[in-house]
Ligand binder design. Structure first.
Ligand code: HH2
Length: 282
């Protein structure tokens, strides 16, 4: 019995879990749930207890048709939460914003990662601000703008085009003074990508994004393509199985982290995946 239970050394890399907290009224899956500061802090505590390695705080939805938010309002939404989490936990915090003013305020409040779905293209000041702040940056691929990105996305070879874009944005960030070791890449599942024709080949080709040599963050959690693959009718809150399948596909491809809403379930799935992978390569 003891021999059966003896732990084997597991050499398969750990995949970090980034838990999402949207302090917005309109995010596609959890909008309106954590707009109240006390509810947002309670959610942060829950995600930490559930095993999150990083928390990603967002004050503006990126879903198509979401109302734009002024920088001052976005700062009012995210900074008190970042300060409150920082006051009670050392967990790394990421700020999900396109705006350099918001990133700056968040970093001053204690965030150490700027997660930008526009890969530092939204504002001419973004690249220089990222370099000056000295924070880590997540450079995500998106074709088009959030408002219109799903209108008619087109690619000849989605994996090659996403990889080339990300490599170019990493070069631009480094040229502006962002240290190579601080750069993450994200293929941007669901951002300017056709539900099945683009998201599925992109997920199938993730190794080519990982091969660029930067840590990769993958966000599949609750996205619409899950419903399209499933029965077409599941709302965001009923896509947990598909979200976990996506996280495991990412783990298999070698991503460094997954961005998820359901932290506990994802942590468990990744632990079991890693234990099996470790047993395969003792
Ligand atoms: N997805 C969303 C938002 N930010 N950032 C990165 N790096 N990668 C992603 O895949 C990603 C992201 C969309 O999810 P969510 O935050 O739940 O919704 P909303 O943008 O409506 O707030």
């Amino acid at each position: 019995m003891t021999a059966l239970l003896a732990a084997r050394p597991v050499r398969v890399p750990l995949v970090k879990v980034m838990g999402v907290i949207n302090v917005t009224p309109d995010s596609f899956s959890d909008g309106g749930r954590f707009g109240d500061p006390a509810a947002a802090l309670a959610q942060a505590r829950r995600l930490i207890a559930d095993g999150a390695d990083i928390l990603d705080v967002g004050g503006e939805s990126t879903r198509p048709g979401a109302a734009p938010v002024a920088a001052a309002q976005e700062i009012d939404r995210v900074v008190p939460l970042i300060q409150a989490i920082r006051a009670e936990s050392p967990i790394p915090l990421s700020i999900d914003t396109m705006k350099p003013q918001v990133a700056r305020a968040a970093v001053v409040a204690g965030a150490t990662i700027w997660n930008d779905v526009t890969a530092l293209r939204h504002d001419p000041e973004s690249l220089a601000t990222a370099a000056e702040l000295g924070c880590e940056v997540v450079l995500m691929h998106m074709q088009g703008e959030p408002g219109t990105m799903q209108a008619e996305p087109r690619y000849d070879d989605v994996v090659a085009e996403v990889a080339a874009f990300l490599a170019a944005r990493a070069e631009a960030a480094m040229a502006a003074g962002v240290a190579r070791a601080r750069i993450w890449l994200d293929p941007g599942v669901g951002f300017g990508k056709h539900m099945l024709d683009h998201n599925l080949p992109l997920l199938a080709g993730l190794e080519r994004i990982v091969a660029l040599g930067f840590p990769v963050l993958l966000g599949v959690s609750r996205k619409s393509f899950i419903s399209a693959v499933d029965d077409g009718g599941r709302p965001a809150g009923q896509r947990l199985g598909g979200s976990i399948a996506g996280a495991l596909a990412g783990a298999e491809a070698g991503v460094a982290a997954v961005r998820v809403h359901d932290v506990r379930e994802t942590v468990q799935a990744l632990r079991v995946w890693r234990a099996i992978a470790g047993a395969r390569n003792p």
